[in-house]
Design a binder for this molecule. Structure first.
Ligand code: ATP
Length: 713
């Protein structure tokens, strides 16, 4: 960190302002005492607790406070370059799109200088923006995709409202304008509601040392997992699992390209009252933090560009907050890990009491805040990752705008972009080997991942009811799931043969999220072919498979950014009106159906449908808790089943060995009998245990009136 070194430069700039936010909602300011809400303890805290962020000489005030004569709004534009040449967050020069492996390029892949969907529709349908509304599609100035290097925010050259710049704006007919608005709106709509992207990391040193192989073959938007399996006669064969997603990014793809593929298209629509969430999912050490870390920084840089060029002088402001959910509790990562409380107000708006929110106007400050939050995050060590995230970290970029333009009223939320670095997905499954603390972490993580999946599914199906009460994570993200929202899920996978099972789990989770999408890709986890290795040749597996094109060893110096930094982030907000409508809709129904994502559960006659428990009073009902508990039990059952199948496979292997031995001359019959007896009882015990769990679960379903036959509809 070189924050101290920058102190002189910062002095006098309004790079950082802090809000002590009492409620995490649009109306949070109302509850703050005496109207001087920016003169907060949070600022003092920041000064005292983090030397890397220097004290600020001046910062913005809103509201009618006395604050040393700063009752009216003071806002100094910060003169900082966008040129991020020595940016800690930037990767060592990521390759241009054109250098991407052809397998990674899709039709219509844009060059960085072309406009992405959504970029030009910034003002359409936002009546608050009308006074200085530039003409969409007429703007040839600097853009997200065509930044002006070395030009500061405060460049005096007017980029937007100077129509002469294009020489065309004055000629636009009303008709043309409307058409252009419509086209822009269409572009915004073309940003998928849910996008699922998979990122494969390279093999790491440990995996290479263990001679593990790269079992993931990637194509532009699909991938194949080559799983080595054993036949009953103990011969090896490969099982291929094929998956299709919106995009598949291989180990050569840089963080810059990940940003372009995932978050960049949604940045402009945040200005159009959209709440977007981007999260990474995957097993420990699969690259979630590595992937998520640079995204908020890049996004805020682009947001600031838009604010200072396209939306110049329109009263937009960028706010940053950063917190984590650990063991079901919330901690402020920018506020000394202060424990936070989540509350729901009378309008079912989720508020995080005490969360500090910082107003920022330059990229340096954002970088410092992100670094500060990352260094505060809870981490631990796992077998696969020495610095493993034990929490979900949520960084949120909120765009607000003052309603009256003179700063006398608190700014109102326009849109929000949330980044979540989820804890490793397998932690929940590690229930046997770890200590109590880790098991509890695991249970909480499991629950929240399940709940998150359910929310995404409900969101994508435009279901009236979204089960956000299923976990703290989804509760906090509640407004991200309502109304005009976008979700980007980045599934991170390890390429190694040793992680095959976890990788398949991750891909199945992603697949469920994607396949629930109405227009999404159909599920494609198909065991598409097998290859008997023994029969095929004496070739090693690696020669049959595509070998890893790069290894950690090879790439470490060229393409890996600072590995000591860790990150995570995010959340969003939504309009009460939309929410109210949804709740009204729900309240009218006494029962409403939902299709569980656990579609792989056995369904009698293939006809079983699921119903949510009856809700008579949604406000006081426990149905969300019931639902969460039931979904958790369903997941547990599936996991137990999976485990039982694995055990059976091992037993079968043992049986095969026993049979081979039994055929040997001189075999001891009594030894054979006793081993067979043990094997059979082990088998029987496994089956009985699973049957008991299944029966218990069926009983619970009955009690809650959840599992009903299709004739019940
Ligand atoms: N695409 C990649 N290219 C190069 N290195 C990577 C890549 N992805 C991850 N790594 C490296 O692998 C290691 C583990 O990555 P990371 O910490 O991001 O995993 P994680 O999924 O966040 O793990 P956890 O759930 O335990 O927090 C880190 O050293 C990271 O730098």
């Amino acid at each position: 960190m070189n924050g101290m070194g920058r102190q002189g430069k910062r002095s006098g700039a309004s790079g950082l302002q802090v809000h002590h936010q009492r409620q995490y909602s649009d109306n949070f300011l109302e509850t703050t005492s005496n109207g001087r809400w920016l003169q907060s303890a949070g600022l003092q805290h920041l000064h005292s607790s983090n030397n890397s962020i220097p004290p600020l000489q001046d910062y913005a005030f809103y509201g009618g406070g006395d604050g040393g004569g700063q009752g009216s709004r003071i806002y100094r534009n910060v003169q900082r370059d966008f040129n991020m040449g020595n940016d800690l967050f930037a990767e060592p020069m990521s390759p241009p799109v054109s250098s991407r492996p052809s397998s990674q390029r899709k039709n219509g892949d844009e060059s960085p200088n072309e406009f992405s969907p959504g970029l030009l529709d910034l003002h359409s349908f936002d009546t608050e923006l009308l006074p200085q509304m530039p003409v969409p599609n007429m703007y040839n100035g600097p853009s997200l995709y065509n930044p002006v290097r070395g030009r500061s925010f405060d460049d005096s050259e007017p980029y937007i409202s100077n129509n002469k710049q294009t020489g065309r704006a004055g000629d636009v007919s009303e008709n043309g304008l409307l058409k252009s608005f419509a086209a822009d709106k269409e572009k915004a709509n073309s940003v998928a509601k849910i996008k699922v992207v998979v990122r494969k990391r390279p093999l790491n040193k440990k995996e290479l040392a263990k001679n593990e192989e790269d079992i993931i073959e990637t194509l532009s938007n699909s991938l194949v997992v080559h799983e080595t399996k054993l036949k009953v006669d103990l011969t090896e064969y490969l099982e291929k699992h094929e998956f299709v997603f919106d995009a598949v990014l291989n180990e050569e793809v840089s963080n810059d390209e990940v940003y372009r593929e995932t978050v960049e298209p949604i940045v402009p629509i945040i200005f159009q009252r959209t709440k977007a969430t981007c999260f990474a999912y995957g097993q420990t050490g699969s690259g979630k933090t590595y992937t998520m870390k640079p995204l908020p920084f890049r996004a805020s840089r682009d947001i600031l560009r838009l604010m200072h060029h396209t939306y110049r002088n329109q009263g937009f402001q960028l706010f940053v907050s950063f917190f984590e959910i650990y063991g079901g509790k919330l901690y402020d990562l920018l506020g000394d890990r202060k424990k936070l409380c989540m509350r729901e107000d009378g309008k079912q708006q989720v508020c995080i009491v005490g969360l500090q929110e910082y107003i920022v106007s330059d990229v340096e400050t954002i970088k410092e805040l992100i670094e500060k939050g990352n260094s505060t995050r809870s981490t631990g060590t796992t077998g696969a990752n020495e610095e493993s995230s034990r929490s979900h970290a949520i960084l949120q970029l909120a765009i607000k705008r003052s309603v009256d333009g003179n700063g006398s009223k608190p700014p109102r939320l326009v849109g929000k972009l949330s980044f979540i670095d989820l804890a490793g997905s397998e932690r929940g499954a590690d229930t046997t080997d770890n200590d109590k603390q880790t098991r509890m972490e695991g249970a909480e993580i499991n629950k929240s991942l399940l709940a998150l999946k359910e929310c995404i599914r409900a969101l994508d199906n435009d279901q009236g009811h979204i089960p956000f009460r299923g976990s703290k994570l989804t509760e906090v993200l509640r407004d991200s799931f309502m109304g005009n929202s976008r979700t980007v899920m980045i599934s991170c996978i390890s390429p190694s043969s040793g992680s095959c099972e976890h990788t398949l789990n991750t891909l199945r989770y992603a697949d469920r999220v994607k396949s629930l999408s109405k227009g999404g890709n159909p599920k494609k986890d198909v065991v598409s072919s097998t290859l008997n290795l023994k029969e095929s040749t004496a070739q090693p597996l690696s020669s049959v498979m595509r070998t890893a094109s790069s290894s950690f060893e090879d790439d470490i110096n060229d393409t890996w950014p600072d590995q000591n930094e860790r990150d995570d982030f995010d959340t969003s907000e939504d309009t009460f009106e939309q929410e109210k409508l949804m709740w009204k809709k729900n309240a009218k129904r006494d029962q409403y159906s939902f299709s569980t994502s656990e579609s792989k559960l056995p369904k009698p006659n293939g006809q079983t449908k699921w119903k949510e428990p009856v809700r008579s009073d949604f406000k006081h009902s426990n149905s969300d808790d019931d639902l969460t508990a039931l979904l958790q039990e369903a997941e547990d059952l599936v996991n137990a089943h999976r485990k039982q199948v694995e055990e059976t496979m091992n037993i079968v292997k043992e049986e095969m060995n026993l049979l081979v031995e039994a055929d040997q001359p001189g075999n001891q019959l009594d030894d054979y009998i006793s081993r067979l007896t043990a094997i059979l009882s082990q088998k029987a015990a496994g089956i009985t245990q699973l049957q008991t769990q299944l029966a218990r679960f069926q009983k619970r379903l009955k009690e809650h009136n959840v599992l009903v036959s299709s004739s019940g509809y």
